[in-house]
Design a protein around this ligand. Structure first.
Ligand code: F6P
Length: 547
């Protein structure tokens, strides 16, 4: 039986399950299955994951796992970990998991010992980070480095930004990090405004070293530096992270100060490569290695746990369940941790650049929707902004709640008797409870609510959520959370039958922006070959700029 036939058969079973369950309420699921609250949970590394508040029964769970098996998630997973070229459109291995293998592991890919390569770069990064942290590496004037400015975009920015914020409590050498990504000059100007060139180190992070935004910002930053300290200062104040030594050298950065990685690391999977250098300098090599170890713990879980107890498989298949059978368009990720404020933005690139595809591996069109849309804000801020729609709107938005047992900071509550962190977490628990169980018209009427107001106050419930709890926001836990989502995205991509590791859709806009730049400034303006809408927009802009 071909994979397609067997997946079709399981999909038919799932369609039946959906027909049977679509009108059932989570209140009934819990009443019928009293132990589901403790049974439908899984532990992966330090992460405790409760998926009991989903619109599934145990028969559906079995069918979802069967679909993962029929789509060959285990085989594709093993192919990824083994370094097979599962990125078919670019004919590349996909080996971000090798970035976190311990040094005594072995993995040879395309004739190359990748573990040795990874640890060679990690050792060089560690040595460099230690020199900067200790003050042995100074700026051109002999002063210590106080600020690291990472210049990069997409995967060369979002990961370091998010992880640096998450680990701010581990910043311990008097060196802070800042991040510049946008080609809007406001980003660079605002970031450098209060910095001293003599104490600033730039990390130019770009896998290709050909990205317009990054090279433009890096060139402007170099001008800012050399205007103050002269051309010779570049060697002490600029290092690069890239796979492209030639372009790094052409830019004027000594390749002795370049930290490499490999084409088998996708940009959105690269924060655990040398792209994490700014984080390593801020928190230290030891903490960075704990971060990598966190990823590795979830990698091991993903490889070894039976599919029925495999957190990324279960959560990925729940994503498929809502997307394929309930027509859900998006998933909200709601960290009850201010330090994880950028986690939803980080996950947007991870999931949408990976799985926003319309063709299958063989180039044929996909059937149905791919690519969940992730969005979110930290709780409790989101509660006072968009939760109204989550609770009473017409759209089904599955949610992920992320919470921590130990706070990174705590303060007494207003009356001085409690902990603000407990207050935060009581909101976490209350929201998942209300989303699931709601409040009926009878309950609301019984409180004396006027009949005409009752419908407005009904809380329908039956809104699914996953609760993820971790002990504390340590480097390891941050790595674990990232890997948990990386593998969910992988599982969904396999079931959709797509290549999750290319991103051709972002290329055309880049080349057309370059072509249009001249149109904005040259004397002739837009030519006849430009469509009438873009031409008139360009004309409006030129007129406003006095051209
Ligand atoms: O435009 C998309 C993208 O290619 C991402 O995949 C990548 O993370 C980002 O651009 C930055 O690319 P680079 O690291 O090569 O500068």
């Amino acid at each position: 039986m071909s994979a397609d036939t067997s997946t079709d058969q399981v999909r038919a079973r799932l369609a039946d399950r959906h027909a049977a369950l679509a009108d059932r309420h989570l209140r009934e699921f819990f009443a019928d299955d009293p132990t589901r609250g403790s049974d439908l949970t899984v532990t992966a590394g330090d992460l405790f994951v409760d998926y009991s508040k989903h619109r599934i029964d145990r028969e559906t769970l079995t069918a979802l796992v069967d679909l993962a098996r029929a789509a060959d998630v285990p085989g594709r997973r093993d192919a990824m970990f083994a370094g097979e070229h599962i990125n078919v459109s670019e004919d590349r291995a996909v080996l971000h998991t090798a970035l976190r293998l311990p040094s005594d592991a072995s993995l040879e890919v395309d004739g190359q010992d990748v573990v040795a390569d990874v640890h060679d770069v990690l050792d060089r990064m560690s040595e460099f980070a230690d020199r900067v942290r200790s003050g042995e590496w100074t700026g051109a004037t002999g002063e210590r480095i106080r600020t690291v400015v990472n210049i990069g975009i997409g995967g060369s920015d979002l990961g370091p930004v998010m992880v640096y914020a998450a680990l701010r409590h581990y910043v311990d050498a008097g060196i802070t990090a800042r991040f510049v990504s946008n080609v809007d000059p406001a980003d660079l100007v605002g970031t450098l405004a209060d910095l001293d060139p003599a104490t600033t180190l730039f990390v130019v992070a770009s896998k290709t070293f050909g990205t317009l935004e990054t090279l433009t910002n890096a060139t402007a930053a170099r001008r800012w530096l050399t205007d103050a300290l002269g051309d010779d200062a570049v060697a002490q104040h600029f290092v690069a992270v890239s796979t492209n030594a030639e372009k790094v050298a052409n830019f004027g950065i000594d390749t002795a100060n370049m930290f490499g990685f490999w084409d088998w690391v996708g940009g959105r999977y690269s924060v655990d490569s040398a792209i994490g250098l700014s984080v390593m300098i801020a928190v230290g090599p030891e903490r960075f290695r704990e971060f990598l170890d966190g990823f590795h713990r979830i990698d091991t879980h993903f490889r070894e746990a039976p599919l029925e107890e495999n957190a990324p498989v279960l959560l990925g298949m729940l994503g498929v369940w809502y997307s394929e059978y309930f027509g859900a368009q998006s998933r909200a990720v709601l960290p009850y941790s201010n330090d994880l404020a950028r986690f939803p933005a980080y996950l947007q690139q991870l999931t949408m650049e990976s799985n926003g595809k319309s063709v299958r591996l063989d180039g044929s069109p996909v059937v149905g929707d791919t690519g969940e849309i992730f969005w979110g804000e930290p709780g409790t801020n989101g509660q006072h902004a968009f939760y109204q729609l989550l609770h009473q709107g017409t759209r089904l938005v599955p949610t992920d709640f992320i919470g921590l047992a130990e706070p990174t900071d705590d303060l007494p509550t207003a009356d001085g008797t409690g902990s603000m962190h407990d207050l935060l977490m009581s909101n976490y628990f209350a929201q998942t409870k209300v989303l699931a169980f709601g409040k009926t018209a009878e309950e609301i009427a019984a409180e004396g609510t006027p009949a005409d107001v009752v419908p407005h106050k009904v809380m329908p419930g039956n809104r699914p959520s996953t609760s993820i709890l971790a002990p504390r926001l340590t480097p390891s836990v941050v790595g674990q959370l990232i890997a948990l989502y990386e593998h969910q995205v992988f599982v969904e991509g396999v079931v959709f039958g797509i290549d999750s590791f290319d991103q051709w859709g972002v290329e055309l806009g880049k080349t057309q922006a370059q072509e249009l730049t001249a149109t904005l400034t040259d004397e002739a303006g837009p030519g006849d070959d430009l469509d009438s809408s873009t031409a008139s927009l360009v004309q409006w802009y030129r007129a406003a700029r006095g051209r």
